[in-house]
Design a protein around this ligand. Structure first.
Ligand SMILES: Nc1ncnc2c1ncn2[C@@H]1O[C@H](COP(=O)(O)OP(=O)(O)OP(=O)(O)O)[C@@H](O)[C@H]1O
Length: 726
């Protein structure tokens, strides 16, 4: 392919120096050379080659080359040994290319056929669906699919239903159209003014100069740009709002399996970087499209002003300039992607260090953490230098081409002025217009660079958006209708990891208004049983029913509204005590909050704090003691006032005196509610209606305290151990 392109370039040079040819012949030769060069460059950069379009080009090339050669021989126009050689060589090469391509396609088909037979259809489809989004991001070579991946952002980047946005869009489109005219009008007007000046009339061309200044004003930042910037900011703010809300909303909607594996710092950075997508749609509409229009008008205007030679040179330079960026971009982008990843790990390390400051201090590892952070920062700096180096190399190579092109074009134009073919005004117009042409071509690569870095920045967010929540509302899900509050586990099996089954065929019934206690060794799956009730995970077998309704058939929101939970390690927001308790029921009055705190035996303690209910609890509740934290969590659930209550070691961190107080509160809480209690301290569950002893995800004993003691099994052993220890 390069040989064909080279033959055309040599033929063009031959025509320029040996045998002048009409402009249309030269233009054809140069255009075809460009097409073959572009095709060869594309082919050299393709990793997973799609042969069909290339073979199509080769076959068409062979047809056209053969016709061109036949016509040339028949008309004997511009025939010379050199051109004759080229004209015969090209059909031969294209024929060879076509034959080779067809053979490759046939052999590929044969291979594919055997591959497909060896693979089951279902397997292939599943693998395809699962890997599609990932593959799109990992194979930037397949750029159509890669871009398709980002299409989910489009409705958020340009919200069509918003009249304010539509109005801003209309303003920007009108200004963009006006700007296209102004771009040509400025150099044209200057040329007209100079021609009038040099006409020797001795008059000042006031009118022409006034128009020129007026165009300059419109083009300046005091002109149309003011209105354009306002409209731009309006659209940008709207897409910022939409994209960040989309990102945050999606992360909040993801299920517990995602949140138990996530890297918080890295996720926060990914959401933060989503902001860079704001400008994407506007960049395409108001940069790329105007650039194409500018370029076409530049080509037309220069042809009108001078001739097709100059236009072809400009066209060739521009194509080389842009191709260079396209070729260099993957090389630059690789470093940029590395840089983005390094920046994300930097925020992850910083986040973890700040979050775990206390642990770091306990183990006196502050120096180690400082070093760790400084080493990731150094990594970021080093990578940013390598990225900058690659970027500068690309820019320098491009600008060299542009400068050489300017020298060539201006010399050509000056040549025409010296021979009297063109006026000095035309030359000035061309020189002024050159900066517009250069600007246009530079904007193409600038926009390409911006778009590609925006996309690289947003890749992580895109991966996040492709992550589906594993627990969702079923299509026909209804609100949970709570009646008496009966809970039934029927043959429930579950595993966090399929390789390690945890709960196997577990069945239990919690009667309405009863208290069911779950006891057992650490890690036996007690908390997991209750996370299944909350549908943080779905059971892999069996079902969980509340008042006869399967938890998978009711909405997640109604299910979680019905259950109040006091977790093992309660987490609080870094807000005041009052605001944290109000989280149980946002509409609660101050009186209700105080009542809940009194019931949870924490009111007096809160009143001892200098700021009372306004005391800030610190991140996660770090400024409170373990016992205070647990009692606040109980108060929060009391305020929520839900029919079903789950207490996961709710009193493990309080002394026996406080525990006795809380027990009174809990008894109040338990009346009329179905309660699940997980407790290691068996003294707290002796009054439970049913005690289940769990081991390795199975219920091995069940009954009341007395029944279990009478049985003399595992429970009796645990009880004896604890009472003896006491
Ligand atoms: N989100 C999770 N992802 C993967 N494995 C988990 C997850 N949560 C718990 N596990 C594992 O499941 C097993 C049971 O954990 P679970 O918290 O249910 O035990 P437990 O009986 O409540 O223990 P403890 O009394 O110590 O609180 C443990 O081996 C634990 O490592």
């Amino acid at each position: 392919m390069l040989a064909i392109a080279l033959s055309y370039v040599l033929e063009a040079l031959f025509y320029v120096y040996q045998k002048p040819a009409p402009q249309h012949v030269l233009l054809r030769i140069l255009s075809v050379a460009l097409v073959w060069t572009a095709l060869a460059v594309c082919l050299s950069r393709t990793k997973s080659l799609l042969w069909n379009p290339y073979v199509g080009v080769f076959v068409l090339g062979f047809l056209f080359e053969s016709i061109a050669t036949t016509v040339l021989l028949a008309t004997r126009g511009y025939l010379h040994t050199v051109t004759l050689c080229f004209s015969i060589m090209r059909p031969v090469i294209t024929l060879a290319l076509s034959t080779n391509g067809i053979l490759v396609i046939l052999s590929c088909r044969a291979e594919q056929h055997t591959d497909e037979e060896a693979q089951s259809l279902l397997q292939r489809d599943n693998a395809d669906t699962l890997q599609q989004p990932q593959r799109r991001l990992e194979e930037p070579d397949n750029w159509v699919e890669y871009l398709q991946g980002f299409a989910i952002f489009m409705p958020h980047l340009l919200p069509w239903h918003d009249s304010k946005i539509l109005c801003s869009l209309a303003i920007r489109i009108i200004i963009a159209i006006l700007n296209r005219g102004i771009n040509v009008a400025i150099p044209r007007q200057l040329g007209i003014a100079i021609d009038k000046l040099s006409s020797g009339s001795g008059k000042m061309p006031w009118k022409e100069i006034a128009f020129w200044i007026c165009y300059l004003w419109l083009d300046s930042r005091a002109g149309l740009d003011v209105l354009d910037s306002l409209a731009h900011t309006c659209i940008q703010n709207s897409s910022y709002k939409q994209i960040t809300n989309l990102a945050m909303g999606h992360v909040m909607d993801l299920s517990f399996d995602f949140h138990s594996n996530k890297d918080t710092g890295e996720i926060l950075k990914a959401i933060d970087q989503a902001g860079s997508l704001n400008n994407l749609a506007q960049l395409v509409i108001f940069e790329i499209i105007p650039i194409v229009i500018d370029f076409i008008s530049a080509i037309g205007y220069v042809t009108h002003l001078f001739d097709i030679y100059l236009t072809s040179v400009i066209f060739g330079i521009s194509a080389t300039y842009i191709s260079l960026r396209i070729v260099a971009n993957p090389w630059i982008q690789r470093k940029q992607r590395e840089l983005v990843e390094k920046i994300r790990s930097e925020s992850q390390v910083a986040y973890e260090a700040v979050l775990n400051w206390l642990t770091i201090t306990y183990f006196d590892q502050i120096r180690f953490e400082k070093q760790r952070y400084s080493s990731v920062v150094q990594d970021v700096v080093d990578t940013s230098y390598s990225y900058l180096y690659r970027l500068l190399c690309g820019n320098a190579a491009q600008d060299l081409i542009m400068t050489a092109g300017f020298a060539g074009c201006t010399s050509l134009a000056m040549l025409q002025v010296t021979t009297g073919q063109k006026s000095i005004g035309s030359l000035i117009t061309f020189i002024t217009y050159w900066s517009a042409i250069r600007g246009t071509v530079q904007r193409v690569t600038g926009s390409y660079q911006t778009i590609s870095s925006t996309l690289v920045n947003a890749e992580r967010l895109l991966q996040l958006l492709y992550t589906e929540p594993s627990v969702t509302n079923a299509e026909s899900s209804k609100e949970l209708v709570l009646k008496a509050g009966e809970i039934e586990f029927q043959g429930v099996s579950f595993a966090y990891d399929p390789r390690k089954p945890l709960i196997g065929n577990l069945s239990l019934v919690a009667e309405p208004g009863s208290t069911v206690a779950i006891v057992g060794t650490s890690g036996s799956g007690k908390s997991t049983i209750l996370t299944l009730l909350l549908r943080l995970y779905d059971v892999s077998k069996g079902s969980i029913k509340i008042d006869g309704q399967d938890v998978r058939t009711v909405t997640l929101s109604s299910l979680r509204r019905a259950i109040g939970i006091v977790p093992q390690i309660p987490m609080l927001f870094n807000l005041s005590i009052k605001e944290n308790i109000r989280y149980g029921r946002l509409g609660a009055t101050e009186r209700e909050i105080e009542d809940a705190c009194k019931s949870a035996a924490i009111h007096d303690k809160i009143m001892e704090f200098p700021d009372g209910y306004e005391t800030k609890v610190g991140e996660g509740g770090v400024r409170l003691s373990g016992g205070e934290l647990q009692r606040l969590a109980i108060a929060r659930v009391l305020l929520k006032n839900s029919k079903i209550v789950v207490l996961d070691e709710a009193t493990s961190a309080v002394d026996t005196l406080t525990e006795a107080e809380i027990q009174v509160a809990l008894q109040r809480l338990q009346s009329g509610r179905t309660v699940f209690v997980i407790a290691h301290r068996l003294s707290t569950i002796v009054g439970a209606d049913k005690i289940l002893v769990v081991d390795k995800g199975q219920i091995i004993e069940s009954g009341t305290h007395d029944e279990l003691l009478a049985k003399g099994g595992t429970y009796k052993g645990l009880w004896t151990q604890q009472t003896l220890t006491k």
